[in-house]
Design a protein around this ligand. Structure first.
Ligand code: C5P
Length: 238
C-alpha cells in the first residue's frame, strides 16, 4: 500500500490518504496538547506507545465483538485504518470521579461512582468541546436515536472489556474518551484512539497516575508512565 496526500493533521496524529479506497494511514506524533491547545509540549516516544497501545486495545475489543477501524499496524508509529466519517462526539465513560467531573460536582478524585457515568461532548474546538445531552445531539442532527443507542451500548461494553483487561495488570480504569465513525456502508465503528492520552489509568495499588494527567498537571515522569502502561500490557501477553 502506498501513502498518499496528507488528509488531516490533528494535535496528536496525521492522517494520510492511500492508494486504496476506504483505507487511511494514521501516523502518531509525540506532540502533546492540553486544555484545548492552551498547553503544548512533547512527550518523547508517545507516538510509538499510543500507536501500539491503541492497536492492542482495538484488537482486544474486536475479539469482544466491538467493530473498530483497525486494519494493520505498519510500523512503530503508523497504522492502516478504515476510512470513516467521524461522528463529532466525545463519548466519555467514568467509573471514578476525576478531572472535570470532580470539579463540576465537587467530588474528590478517586471517589468510586455508584453508577457508571456516560457523558457526551460536542467535538468543536471553537466552542471548547461543550458537554451536551441526547436532546442536543438530536436537535443538531449529530446522530439518530438508533445510532446513539448503539454508541451508548458500545461505550459500556468497551468499558467492561477494558476495565477487566486492565485489572489483570493492576491498572484501574478511572475514565476514558472514545470516538465513533461511520463507514462508507453506514456502519458505526470505534475510531480514533485508546491510549494514555485519552484514558485515566491509575496504578491499582499506589494510585499513581499513568496517563496524560502527568503532562496536564506537570507531575513529571510522563514518558515513564506511558512506557509503564505499555510494558505491563504487552509483557503481560507474551
Ligand atoms: O477532562 P475530563 O475529566 O472531562 O476527561 C475525561 C476523560 O476523557 C479523561 O480520560 C480524558 O483523558 C479524556 N478526554 C480526552 N479528550 C478530551 C477530553 C477528555 O481524551 N478532549
Amino acid at each position: 500500500m502506498e501513502k498518499k496526500a496528507l488528509l488531516y493533521e490533528g494535535k496528536a496524529k496525521k492522517v494520510y490518504m492511500t492508494d486504496e479506497e476506504n483505507k487511511l494511514i494514521v501516523s502518531y506524533k509525540d506532540d502533546a496538547t492540553a486544555f484545548n491547545g492552551a498547553k503544548k509540549g512533547v512527550i518523547e516516544a508517545k507516538g510509538i506507545v499510543n500507536n501500539r497501545l491503541s492497536n492492542y486495545f482495538m484488537k482486544m475489543l474486536e475479539t469482544k465483538g466491538i467493530p473498530t477501524h483497525f486494519i494493520e499496524e505498519l510500523n512503530d508509529r503508523e497504522t492502516v485504518v478504515e476510512k470513516v466519517t467521524i461522528i463529532p462526539l466525545e463519548v466519555i465513560v467514568r467509573n471514578f470521579a476525576a478531572g472535570s467531573l470532580s470539579k463540576r460536582l465537587g467530588l474528590e478524585e478517586g471517589t468510586r461512582l455508584n453508577k457508571t457515568v456516560l457523558e457526551y461532548s460536542y467535538k468543536n474546538d471553537e466552542l471548547g468541546d461543550p458537554m451536551i445531552n441526547d436532546y442536543h445531539i438530536f436537535a443538531l442532527d449529530i446522530a439518530t436515536k438508533e445510532e446513539l443507542d448503539m454508541i451508548e451500548a458500545y461505550a459500556f461494553r468497551i468499558n467492561e472489556a477494558l476495565t477487566a483487561h486492565l485489572e489483570e495488570v493492576n491498572i484501574e480504569l478511572i475514565d476514558f474518551k472514545v470516538e465513533f465513525g461511520k463507514t462508507s456502508k453506514g456502519q458505526i465503528i470505534l475510531a480514533d484512539e485508546i491510549s494514555p492520552d485519552t484514558c485515566r489509568f491509575w496504578d491499582a495499588i499506589t494510585n499513581k497516575k499513568l496517563d496524560k494527567d502527568r503532562f496536564r498537571r506537570n507531575l513529571g515522569d510522563v514518558e515513564d508512565a506511558y512506557q509503564e502502561v505499555m510494558n505491563r500490557l504487552l509483557v503481560h501477553d507474551n
